[in-house]
Design a protein around this ligand. Structure first.
Ligand code: G6P
Length: 367
């Protein structure tokens, strides 16, 4: 087993470090002459013309990739997108009009609730597109179309590299839809494709923040509760950061949309309850600064995750981590890596079983 870890202490760390490579593997074959293309997945350009609504369904980390997907598809293509928890979707009698594309996301391709979503959509006569990592898995067999992510086997129960490649497919789908619907010019799509490739490369730089993440985890060595907050894409990212942290460190964490904290949750803020403020979206900066002030004035220690060049008064945080400055839209791709590292070191410091956290399974094939 030690050999399989390739010199890393845990599979999770190895998988975090594989992200630049698997991103490149997943994205490169789907950018042809500067434009997104899924012909290698058996999906031709006409396919994307038919939809005026999209429904994304998934569980856990894949759901969080879907939430980012919803935001970027709507932003780029103006097609309305819903994003559902699979176990809710199947019992809420969802309204599924014709011309809706149902996209399911699953690393294992075996999650029962997600599989049930595929079956329900098919029963209603809607086309299903699966974004799956494991070849030949149940979901990929039952869905009408599958786009495989090329993360390779993910051993650690806490999902890391699978999330990143799921995100990368979400970007490509959003660009493809924007191209088809004509909401973005070809020139803009070309720039976005380039931006995605650059974001994948920038993930290499984020791995260098390992020691900084470790230092911050050490500052959190004694805490029992932790909040993550952000706005827009940073909120979706906060949900994933918080999930990762609770899964393996057992710290009680919650993620909030920063503007919503004041409607109740702020009552829980105290000097021993730090806040990880995810603040990478330039257009939301002034709003986030207001929210950081709200928690800081209640005594919270603030760990700020932002990007190079964002002007934020050093009085407002205890520690600042700078991500590479990419376009706002691509920040989740680099931001998640730091959050994964923070969770990883928080578990290591607590001497916990990082790769096999208690009560969790890699693949949930029961309800
Ligand atoms: C389990 C795993 C999570 C994963 C979720 C969905 O809870 O522990 O890491 O995100 O299932 O799994 P899937 O294979 O469908 O992506």
């Amino acid at each position: 087993e030690q050999a399989k870890k390739g010199g890393f202490d845990h599979f999770m760390l190895k998988e975090i470090f594989e992200q630049p490579q698997v991103l490149s593997d997943t994205i490169h074959p789907r950018i042809i002459d500067g434009f997104p293309s899924f012909t290698q997945d058996g999906i031709n350009d006409n396919f994307w013309l038919h939809f005026n609504r999209i429904s994304i369904v998934a569980c856990g980390t894949a759901l969080h990739a879907g939430m980012v997907g919803k935001a970027i598809i709507e932003k780029l293509s103006h097609i309305p997108v819903e994003c559902d928890i699979a176990s809710e979707f199947r019992y809420r009698n969802p309204i599924m009009t014709k011309n809706t594309l149902v996209i399911v996301i699953s690393q294992s391709g075996e999650t029962l609730d997600t599989l049930a979503a595929v079956r329900l959509a098919k029963l209603r006569g809607l086309p299903t597109l699966a974004i799956v990592n494991v070849p030949g898995s149940s979901i990929s067999r039952e869905a009408d179309y599958t786009i495989y992510t090329y993360a390779g086997p993910e051993i650690s129960v806490a999902s890391t590299k699978a999330y990143s490649v799921q995100l990368s497919i979400m970007y490509l789908v959003a660009m493809k839809l924007a191209m088809t619907t004509g909401t973005r010019s070809f020139e803009e799509i070309r720039t976005l494709s380039k931006g995605l490739l650059e974001a994948a490369e920038a993930s290499q730089q984020v791995l260098k923040l390992k020691e900084e993440a470790k230092f911050c985890a050490q500052q959190f060595a004694k805490i029992k509760d932790l909040f993550f907050f952000g706005r827009g894409l940073d909120y979706s990212l906060s949900l994933e950061g918080s999930l990762k942290m609770k899964e393996i460190s057992y710290i009680h964490c919650e993620a909030y949309a920063a503007g919503e904290m004041k409607h109740g949750t702020i009552a829980l803020i105290a000097p021993d309850v730090p806040v990880v403020a995810v603040c990478t979206q330039e257009f939301l900066l002034s709003k986030m600064i207001g929210n950081i002030k709200e928690v800081q004035s209640r005594g919270a220690n603030v760990l700020l995750i932002t990007k190079e060049g964002m002007e934020i008064d050093p009085e407002l945080y205890n520690h600042r981590i700078d991500l590479p400055a990419l376009d706002d839209i691509f920040m989740p791709l680099v931001g998640v890596i730091v959050l994964q590292l923070l969770a990883y070191y928080s578990a290591v410091i607590r001497d916990l079983d990082v790769d096999k956290p208690r009560n969790l399974a890699k693949s949930v094939t029961v309800e």
